[in-house]
Write a protein that binds this ligand. Sequence first.
Ligand code: URA
Length: 435
Amino acid sequence: MTTYEIIAKKKQGGELSQEEIQQVVDGYVTGDIPDYQMSALLMAICLRSMSDRETADLTMSMAHSGEMMKPDTGGFNVDKHSTGGVGDKTTLIAAPIAASCGVYVPKMSGRGLGHTGGTIDKLESIPGFRTELSYERFTDILRKNGLAVAGQSGSLVPADKKIYALRNATATVDSIPLICSSIMSKKIATGADGIVLDVKVGDGAFMKTAEDAEKLAELMVRAGRLAGRKCSALLTDMSKPLGHSVGNSLEVIEAIEALKGNAPKDLWEVSLALASEMISIAGLGTAEECRVMAEKAVASGKALERLSKMIELQGGDPGVIDDYGLFASPKKKKEIFADRDGFITGISCEKTGLISLSLGAGRSKKEDDVDSSAGIVFDRTVGDEVCKGDRLAVLYTSSECDLEGIAADFAGVFRFGDKTECPEEKNIIKIIKGY
Ligand code: URA
């Protein structure tokens, strides 16, 4: 079939064969298929969707478009992936916990883009920390410490790199089969035996409703299973920022505090659930046993030791664990106070992410630099009663931004009302086990 015929078939709602999908992925990576034809096919997929079988075939064709990794640890390798959120530092908490319980965690992470943060930017706020590691060094650190976090290598899933950039420019990002194949092709190519997915739901996430998040989660779990991997997904709340801090070094500090036993409730519940699932998927115990192992790993300080060792092995200064003054300090700060009495009934998550971005904590374009000291620390959260004049949050920045203007805008992230309008806290919405 020609590319033209494949596009026409999908436009009419037809189901593409494995050979047709493979032909398109191969042709696009080699450059034989031009952007305009791939764009037309992506739009047809957006409008007509794909069957589960087509999605699985697309995932596998993309995964095999480049290098396939298989870090040789001699143990069970578990990857964890979040679909992206605001204040989401759970990797920095769950991964050291799982590693200290005997799981190997080879983690390829991304940078923040848009209003969501990325683990690589967070870790790079630690003085000296390197995320560009050769495959040999990555495997060596993994064997020594059970945990390594690196940026995605250029040779991994080139099909996703090209297709994702095209989707970004052609309004074809928000398609569940395309999101599934993009995420799962990368997870499969990194060679994890087990994959734990954190699918975020709410105004700060890609998936705004629990129904869409569940559809995406089930599709990803099935794609993982078809590829022979153990896979599970947690649907977790992203209707307000996770934890108290948003911004790179601020989130690393909050993660360190969590490993010292001082996490806010929402952050702790999500991190504990993810860590327990990572231990459970590795076959190290029942769900309850794994939860107890995770709790003990924090109480004993073993999880914090793993994080400290990882920082050292990746060239960073492990002194940051006990001395937060080693992080770059922000040049300016602005305190935000309540202008009324009442209960906080909501905090806009997407708006918080965008404000953090304008303070310098994120990037609007891929090539922008991030201000590692910038961000927001909330004193109060949803459900809290406040009085006029109480401090709600502090904004930090070292960037040349309009801090007064941003602060005025920030006041709009809070919604106030009476106690009955406060939503019930539900941090873990659902767990989908695919093994
Ligand atoms: N994250 C990805 O890696 N790909 C998508 O399509 C969406 C989120």
